[in-house]
Design a protein around this ligand. Structure first.
Ligand SMILES: NC(=O)c1ccc[n+]([C@@H]2O[C@H](COP(=O)([O-])OP(=O)(O)OC[C@H]3O[C@@H](n4cnc5c(N)ncnc54)[C@H](O)[C@@H]3O)[C@@H](O)[C@H]2O)c1
Length: 250
């Protein structure tokens, strides 16, 4: 990663923060983005304390104007972008029989529109430079998640994460001739501040995440950061259009 410029969205917490720390450790210069200014400043502080070059920008990546401004700022500061990690995502619509249209739309916007908007900006630049790596965040939920389906329902999220796979594949095909690689990571259950309490609440029940995972543990954000690092690196020189499951055998 030495000499590489990377932009990571969703870097204020959880998996995004772990990705930022890992890319920093490997020598990347980073632009970190999140809507949560406080969390983002904390990630920035952690990276700076470790001596990693970083610039933090607070922005809503689900809206077109802030995303355009964000990429303009990043490119003005560094002159180029080698890596984009689209980590922002999440959300829930509840059980399908009571799902609200606004919750459905919110989940699609948070996961899909954010990935589309950031990828579009990065692709225009990377295509011109004939170099670049884009890593998107899908999920085990792209094929349905037993515990989520059983206890809270979340078909909007499953649909959005399946769409991330299709989007990744489509964009990879469009950009292959320009030497721009596009892949996704599909995490299984990963312990973050957001997910941890929920996992523990349902673990003892019939479809608990540990018993539905062959490796018999909940993953940690660093498990995902390692996979992102690999796909963003030159080690993955013959891999594009792939969604890599990092899900403990699920
Ligand atoms: N944790 C898991 O078990 C798990 C499993 C599969 C997939 N994922 C995916 O991994 C990614 C990260 O998950 P996480 O658990 O670390 O989530 P998280 O909620 O801890 O982190 C997401 C970050 O995105 C930021 N964000 C939200 N809306 C934003 C917006 N409009 N603009 C900019 N930033 C915004 C949040 O402030 C937060 O810092 C998501 O795409 C999630 O769907 C997580």
């Amino acid at each position: 990663m030495a000499g590489k410029v990377a932009l990571v969205t969703g870097a204020a917490a959880g998996i995004g923060r772990a990705i930022a720390l890992r890319l920093g450790e490997e020598g990347a210069t980073q632009i970190l983005v999140d809507i949560d200014d406080k969390g983002l400043r904390e990630t920035e502080r952690m990276l700076k304390a470790a001596g990693y070059p970083v610039m933090a920008i607070t922005a809503d990546v689900t809206e077109e104007a802030p995303v355009k401004a964000l990429f303009a700022k990043a490119l003005a500061a560094h002159g180029r972008l080698d890596i984009l990690v689209n980590d922002v995502g999440g959300g829930s619509c509840g059980h399908i029989w009571e799902a609200k249209v606004e919750d459905w739309d919110f989940v699609q916007k948070l996961n899909l529109r954010s990935t589309f908007l950031c990828t579009r900006e990065a692709a225009a630049h990377m295509r011109e430079r004939r170099a670049g790596r884009i890593v998107n965040m899908s999920s085990g939920a792209r094929e349905g998640t037993p515990w989520t389906a059983y206890y809270i329902g979340n078909s909007a999220y499953s649909a959005a994460k399946a769409a991330i796979h299709g989007f990744t594949r489509g964009v990879a095909l469009e950009l292959a001739e320009y030497n721009v690689f596009v892949n996704a990571v599909a995490p299984g259950p990963i312990e973050t501040e957001r997910t941890g309490p929920g996992f523990r609440k349902i673990e003892a029940l019939e479809y608990g995440p540990v018993r539905a995972t062959p490796l018999r543990r909940i993953g940690v954000p660093e498990d995902i950061a390692s996979a992102v690092l690999f796909l963003a690196s030159d080690e993955a020189n013959y891999i594009t259009g792939t969604t890599l499951a990092v899900a403990g055998g699920r």
